[in-house]
Design a protein around this ligand. Structure first.
Ligand code: PAF
Length: 278
């Protein structure tokens, strides 16, 4: 695997790949890689000639400096994993390679950045779009792969691609779960053994909502789900919403594609999860 830490060296290398008529699949990450990330790489490998993975803990998307500080950084283990799955290129820049310290970014995403995650993490999606835009410009991928676990992130990035008419195809890959249902996340390493057990209420509730979706009213499902999660010890619910899968506005009985999304603090760790209902 080739490893680059500067934009220039990476771009020079990728220019040769493009000139040879090869397609580039891109998997942007913040590291602390798990099987969920590896499934993105695998899907990218099935559909492209060359795979680029980036590992960059992006400061501009953290609204809480303590969260940024405590974000897991495991670059040696990540590099080994990427080598094991035959990733072709790793881009692992320092912060000053990506930001010159004097930048302004604002993308008008409308409601999408104020709903759900946007309410609890103000500015988060400005930071996400800022870095993903930069990465797309550097890597110039044919296709980029993102996990369904951050469903709203996928919607936001799709909106950016549409607004800025970026020449990249986006693919959303299914959530990878542990055997007991917990959605894989880099943040799971912060869960204590007790947290780990209590966290299961999120996926259990999402599955329960999916099972009952066709036979119950949305409002009653939503309030029952919120009560189930709030009753779990050590879990502080932020939101449980059944939303329209494309606008993320609250769903109603005539919504065609619905998704249930949840965010909660489990002990000290904030987790998100979702399930596609229809
Ligand atoms: O999903 C993530 O890991 C990050 O938000 C991303 C897309 C790599 C941007 O920093």
């Amino acid at each position: 695997m080739k490893i680059f830490t500067t934009k220039q060296a990476l771009q020079q290398y990728l220019a040769q790949i493009k000139a040879a008529g090869k397609t580039i699949g891109f998997v942007p990450t913040m590291g602390a890689l798990h099987l969920g990330h590896l499934s993105l790489i695998e899907q990218a490998q099935q559909q492209n000639d060359v795979i680029v993975c980036s590992i960059f803990v992006n400061p501009s998307q953290f609204n809480d400096p303590k969260d940024l500080e405590k974000y897991p950084r495991t670059i040696e283990a990540d590099t080994r994993l990427l080598e094991q799955v035959n990733c072709d290129v790793l881009f692992n820049p320092e912060v000053n390679e990506m930001y010159d310290g004097n930048e302004h970014w604002h993308l008008n995403m409308g409601e999408l950045e104020r709903l759900l995650e946007g309410k609890f993490r103000p500015g988060h999606y400005q930071g996400v779009t800022q870095i993903v835009y930069k990465l797309f410009n550097i890597v110039n991928p044919d296709t980029a792969y993102f996990g369904q676990k951050d469903y709203q992130q996928f919607a936001v990035i799709s909106k950016m691609v549409e607004l800025m008419q970026l020449p990249v195809k986006l693919v959303m890959c299914a959530i990878k779960r542990e055997d007991d249902g917990l959605a894989m996340s880099s943040r799971n390493i912060h869960l204590t053994a007790d947290d780990r057990l209590h966290a299961l209420i999120l996926s259990k509730t999402l599955y329960w909502v999916k099972e009952n979706f066709s036979s119950h009213q949305i409002a009653s499902l939503q309030s029952e789900a919120a009560s189930l999660i709030s009753a779990e010890p050590g879990v502080e619910l932020e939101y449980f919403e059944i939303a329209d899968g494309s606008t993320l506005h609250p769903a109603n009985e005539s919504t065609k594609s619905a998704v249930a999304l949840v965010a909660a603090k489990v002990g000290k760790t904030r987790l998100i999860d979702n399930i596609i209902l229809s």
